[in-house]
Design a binder for this molecule. Structure first.
Ligand code: ATP
Ligand code: MG
Length: 775
């Protein structure tokens, strides 16, 4: 055993060595909370606590695996074998497989992903004859999800007049009925959605005291990372399980609470001391992750939030470079800058690709970055977005496999009963669904009893249905004696799916075939891996569970070296030497949808704090002047967060020229009345007057023109690329090469140059986009 205790500072050592009883560690980013949690587990085990009695809950399964590897290195891998570690969802799915039968669920229940839930809800809305423009399935799914996370069961819903009234006011009076239907259908299909994994666990622990007692006795030590982002349902589970021994250790940072839109409740961390007796609170202050500049800059941002616990974060690390801010004319240019900068840093500092992360507020921003990285041949990986397992062809294969494990799985059945086409049409499926609802059975049970019930289905179709169920049965028999890979390969061939895409012959069809091959490779790897785990068999049930509960970060095997692209939400808890935060613009970050209330804005600011504190050596913040959004080129304004960082810690790579708009002189007019002029930078353009230091949008200019026409004309060009361009200038353009400016016209955004290129001929270019240098 290495002397791991020496790898902790005094403040960290105290919670690691804490004796029994509840403790909370509240500390800023990078101060070693996760390290404390990991080492505490190792410490408990070295003091004789059986790994079987420890439960640790993490933000991703990958984090759990890494922790376990670390603990194994300290205490030995056979010792660590029985540790129960993972996300809330994956841990409690396991528990429900043992004890879910008490709630009427089979141990082989299917886990519906969001897509399955949404499809089921869409079909319920249709079957109920409701207007799909009012009952939008995604909104309905969201709503049901939030009921479940607040532990509002169907019964509770119908007992709550206020809730019903709220839905009626939102013109959705049938919400409760949809909810009821959805729950019934999941139950009949032997399926749980993600929220059920928590809700049903709560139900199990509440209704069955002997089950609660069993798990209380087993999980004598419970540890939770990222406690600030637990939702109510998760909170109650932890509370119930730790109630007997009260050996509960939570770590978190209220300044990093960023999931309130999913029901995470910051008060869980704030109330911890009230929830348990004799809580010991620990604080860590030293940041080990980042340079002093980054730490101080992050502190200066979060200080702007009113609602937060007082916290000190400092570091002994070097000052490092200033945080670099870069402006580009467009999002494509922003991508080029990021790719170019990664390229240079990689060369100059001999860094691997994996040392770089590009973080953004929304998934759709990744495209421009990807394009630029591809052009530079820089390998990257995108996390989140549509995952591999959600692609059509992959879900098709997985649906067959799901039916092998649980033939009642309605969503899987509906997906593949007629794919590849085998003459079972929609009207047949509709009849089966109606009958299934009528008898309170699953569709497969209806098919198995076709001869006993009178359904208007012709005998040819009946035979096809029977063939289908026989095929599934043959897979089930095979499954008893074979591993996941052999079965999956057989299924892909036997069902005709592979052939279907091969016949297709289009590049798309070929790509789909490749993906299925990739899936089979993945299953093979999985089977090999499982063989090493005690008690695991590598069968298809184990594989499906692994896939269903993989979080967006978990698919990273880490064996190839790539730049990471992900949303800030996903980056929580991670660290990278170089971090690029792109799209630092108003309406994007902070998001336009989160600027209505102070608390929404504070959550955006916490998100910015999380983003910046991922960086170890160097952070870049980039923004654009124009960005394509919703298919339109819009004027973008720099994010207010850029101004909020103490300027001591930043360096502008693209200095903002003295404002060249004549309306600057508005400061000297009476337009602003009594406003304190030194505060003008902070005046937001709500009163029709643009802020002074940034470029006004077209809309603002229009208002201004009305207000003071003589002041609304820009003096000159704000384009930073060509301040010295005159007619006759010789220039070099990145694409068209050398040329001479023949004519200049227009002002501001409309400024254009007619350029005679040596080889490309005469071209008229809009200067705000033109990539050219004056020679
Ligand atoms: P976050 O709030 O982002 O989740 P955290 O508080 O969980 O951060 P860790 O990830 O545990 O912080 O630690 C940040 C980095 O500092 C890690 O690379 C960790 O290995 C390192 N570190 C933590 N404590 C020490 C220490 N005492 N000595 C050396 N390195 C340390
Ligand atoms: Mg952490």
């Amino acid at each position: 055993m290495e002397n791991y205790i020496n790898q902790l500072n005094d403040a960290q050592r105290a919670p690691v060595l804490h004796k029994d009883g509840p403790l909370i560690v509240i500390a800023g980013a990078g101060s070693g909370k996760t390290r404390v949690l990991t080492y505490r587990i190792a410490y408990l085990m070295s003091k004789g606590v059986d790994s079987f009695n420890i439960l640790a809950l993490t933000f991703t399964n990958k984090a759990a695996r890494e922790m376990k590897a670390r603990i194994s290195a300290i205490v030995g891998s056979s010792e660590a074998k029985n540790l129960m570690m993972g996300t809330f969802h994956s841990v409690f799915a396991k528990l429900l497989r043992y004890d879910g039968d008490k709630l009427g669920f089979p141990s082989n229940f299917t886990i519906y992903d969001t897509q399955d839930s949404q499809r089921l809800i869409a079909s319920i809305i249709k079957e109920m004859g409701l207007d799909k423009d009012i009952y939008k399935y995604k909104q309905v799914q969201n709503r049901i999800s939030s009921y479940k996370n607040s532990l509002i069961t169907v019964r509770a819903y119908f007992n709550d007049a206020e809730l019903q009234e709220a839905d009626a006011m939102a013109k959705r009076p049938r919400m409760g009925d949809i909810y009821q239907n959805y729950v019934d259908r999941c139950f009949k299909a032997g399926a749980m959605d993600f929220d059920d994994l928590l809700l049903r666990t709560n139900e199990l622990l509440n209704r069955f005291p002997e089950v609660l007692a069993k798990y209380q006795d087993r999980f004598r030590y419970i540890l939770v990372d990222e406690y600030q982002d637990t939702n109510h349902s998760q909170y109650l589970i932890v509370k119930a399980l730790s109630d007997k021994f009260q050996n509960i250790c939570v770590v978190g940072d209220d300044a990093q609470s960023i999931y309130s839109f999913r029901g995470a409740n910051i008060s869980n961390i704030l109330n911890f001391q009230k929830d348990y007796d004799n809580v010991e609170m620990y604080r860590l202050e030293q940041n080990y992750r980042s340079t002093r500049n980054i730490v101080n800059a992050a502190n200066s941002i979060i200080a702007k939030n009113k609602n937060q616990l007082e916290k000190v974060v400092w570091t002994d690390n070097d000052d490092g470079n200033a945080i670099k801010i870069h402006r580009s004319p467009t999002d494509a240019e922003e991508g080029r800058f990021v790719a170019g900068s990664i390229f240079e840093n990689r060369m100059q500092h001999q860094m691997s690709n994996g040392s770089f992360a590009v973080l953004y507020r929304t998934n759709s921003q990744s495209r421009a970055i990807e394009d630029a990285l591809r052009k530079r041949d820089i390998p990257y990986r995108i996390y989140g977005g549509l995952s591999f397992y959600q692609r059509k062809e992959i879900k098709d294969v997985l649906s067959y496999l799901r039916l092998v494990i649980n033939p009642k799985d309605e969503e899987a059945l509906k997906r593949v009963i007629n794919f590849p086409a085998r003459g079972i049409g929609q009207s047949t499926l509709d009849k089966l669904t109606v009958a299934a609802n009528h008898y309170g059975r699953s569709i497969i049970e209806v098919i198995e009893n076709l001869d006993k019930i009178n359904l208007k289905i012709n005998s040819g179709t009946k035979n096809k249905l029977v063939d289908f169920t026989n095929m599934i049965k043959s897979f089930q028999i095979m499954n008893e004696t074979t591993d996941a890979f052999t079965l999956a390969e057989h299924v892909a061939k036997k069902t005709g799916i592979l052939l279907e895409f091969k016949k297709d012959g289009t590049p798309e069809g070929i790509a789909r075939m490749d993906n299925i091959e990739e899936l089979l490779n993945g299953i093979k790897d999985f089977v090999e891996g499982q063989k090493e785990i005690d008690g695991a068999t590598g069968n298809i049930g184990e594989f499906l569970e692994d896939v269903a509960l993989a979080t967006d970060l978990d698919n990273d095997t880490g064996d190839d070296d790539r730049v990471a692209l992900m949303t800030i939400h996903l980056a929580k808890g991670l660290e990278f030497p170089y971090v690029y935060i792109v799209g630092m613009e108003e309406d994007l970050f902070p998001s336009g949808m989160s600027m209505n209330t102070r608390s929404e804005l504070e959550e955006e600011r916490r998100l910015f704090y999380v983003a910046l504190t991922r960086a170890e050596k160097q952070a870049y913040l980039t923004y654009t002047q124009n960005r394509y959004r919703w298919g339109k080129l819009i004027d973008a304004e720099p994010s207010r967060f850029l101004e909020e960082i103490d300027e001591k810690y930043v360096e502008n790579l693209t200095p903002i020229d003295k404002p060249t708009y004549r309306y600057k002189s508005l400061i000297d007019t009476d337009i602003f009345g009594d406003v304190d002029k030194s505060k003008l930078r902070q005046v937001k353009p709500t009163n029709g007057i643009p802020p002074i230091t940034s470029k006004p949008s077209e809309n603002q200019l229009r208002k201004l023109r009305k207000l003071k026409p003589e002041l609304a004309q820009p003096i000159g060009n704000t384009n930073t690329i060509d301040p010295n361009l005159v007619e006759g200038s010789v220039i070099n353009h990145t694409r068209f090469g050398r040329g001479r400016v023949v004519k200049l016209e227009g002002v501001g955004n409309d400024r254009k140059a007619e350029i005679q290129f040596e080889s490309a001929g005469l071209k008229k270019l809009l200067l705000r986009f033109a990539k050219l240098d004056v020679i």
